[in-house]
Design a protein around this ligand. Structure first.
Ligand code: NDP
Ligand code: MG
Length: 397
């Protein structure tokens, strides 16, 4: 009886402690969703640090509303008001210092691009839970990140909705996976002709039919490079071969992905089109919060349709499949060339259809090999970026 009482009090004590969270990219689309969830369940969480890149006004509001003590501003050009909060960290290395100097339980990685790699590795070394929305870091350095996480016994919780769905289906046990079925909205153009892609304007591309997200990922969604990156992300997160990953266009975006098991059963995760369900799952993992609301009406789910993707119309998807079967240099190149091409498209320097052409050109110029250190990986990333800028010139409009 004494033991039972002791255990009861211990569990209650653990449940009543707040999880201390750092949010990288708090001012972005995913960051905001995580903040909205935390605002609903303030008694469970304490935000100990956040980062923004340039949007200091938004960061200031978050710091005030959530009584945050530490802020990292990764863009060194930005002027930061002195008294904005107790601790201020500057530049991309400021993220590493933040991870080293704060006491916390988990980092939500919701920054765009690959700049957070070193700080994520530092977080893993400190044995902190990593709640990972960012996919570029895994595409670039998946082996390094996952091997370190395994060695340190650290949990990487996927916040990207498809991978979160798969994680919810397998809950850490990848032994019986036959195939992973990544669902895709298909983006703006999946059922339109090639002409529509050729003539696509920035405004059209940024109008995603289902999801409201940051600009980079919205462009990636229209070229299906996003799904390409997610194939590689899934490979690393779940330890599966590229041949075990399939993509299915699912315009309703209700089924966030499926797992096909070796005994013929399928499991899928469903929820409305919002990142809040994935965020909620990660924040409360391994528990689930009782929200007392009906999120889906299953009687409205009459049209759960799935379509085969067109690899010729969306070369970014075909290239990603090839890259997934290649070595790390090709994956770094795919990601870096895509980032540069998207940036040029958003500056109206190139057309949407030039994006896969630039990626393909860059891939041809990169040798096929693996790397073991962060320094090598970051050096190749930089080299590929300058190559992509050069090669992109011939697509200038
Ligand atoms: P946003 O563009 O909306 O936000 C990006 C965040 O990162 C902002 O806080 C921004 O700061 C910060 N940031 C921008 N550039 C840099 C940089 N160079 N270094 C450090 N921080 C930077 O992006 P999303 O929220 O859409 O996406 C974030 C990540 O999550 C991406 O990797 C994306 O692929 C992934 N993801 C996004 C989903 C979504 O629904 N949006 C879904 C699944 C995954 P500031 O605001 O100050 O510029
Ligand atoms: Mg996704």
């Amino acid at each position: 009886m004494l033991l039972v009482t002791k255990i009861f009090f211990k569990v209650n004590w653990i449940m009543s402690m707040k999880k201390r969270i750092i949010i990288f990219g708090a001012t972005g689309s995913v960051g905001m969703t995580v903040l909205e969830e935390i605002a609903c369940y303030k008694e469970h969480f304490e935000i100990v640090g956040i980062s923004c890149h340039s949007n200091i006004e938004c960061a200031e509001v978050i710091v005030r509303n959530f009584s945050v003590q530490a802020l990292a501003v990764t863009n060194s050009q930005i002027v930061v008001p002195q008294n904005i909060c107790e601790k201020i960290f500057r530049g991309i290395n400021g993220l590493v210092t933040m991870v080293e100097s704060l006491e916390f339980d988990a980092i939500v990685v919701a920054i765009a691009g690959v700049g957070g790699l070193r700080s994520v590795l530092r977080g893993i070394e400190r044995k902190k839970v990593i709640i990972l929305a960012n996919k570029e870091i895994l595409v670039m350095a998946g082996e390094l990140v996952m091997n370190l996480a395994k060695a340190k016994g650290v949990m990487i919780l996927p916040l990207d909705s498809e991978h979160n769905a798969i994680f919810q289906c397998i809950r850490g046990d990848n032994r019986f996976i036959r195939r992973l079925w990544l669902t895709a909205s298909g983006g703006k153009f999946w059922n339109q002709d090639r002409q529509a892609i050729e003539n696509a304007t920035i405004a059209e591309v940024l109008q995603h039919p289902k999801w409201s997200m940051g600009k980079k990922i919205t462009v990636d969604s229209s070229t299906m490079a996003n799904k390409g990156l997610e194939i590689i992300e899934a490979m690393h997160l779940f330890g599966v071969e590229p041949a075990q990953i399939e993509v299915a266009i699912h315009p309703a975006c209700m089924v966030h992905s499926l797992v096909e098991f070796c005994d013929g059963s399928f499991l899928a995760q469903l929820s409305p089109v919002s990142m809040k369900y994935a965020a909620r799952y990660c924040l409360f993992y391994p528990e689930r919060i009782d929200v007392q609301e009906q999120s889906l009406d299953i009687f409205q789910l009459n049209e759960l349709q799935f379509f085969r993707p067109d690899f010729e119309k969306f070369p970014c998807l075909r290239l990603a499949m090839e890259v997934a079967r290649s070595k790390q240099s090709k994956r770094i190149a795919y990601n870096a060339a895509n980032e540069i091409a998207v940036e040029l498209f958003l500056k109206e320097k190139i057309a949407l259809q030039a994006i896969p052409k630039i990626i393909e050109d860059v891939l041809l110029k990169v040798e096929n090999r693996d790397y073991s250190t962060v320094e090598e990986i970051l050096a190749v990333d930089q080299m590929v970026r300058s190559k992509a800028r050069q090669l992109a010139k011939r697509f200038n409009i």
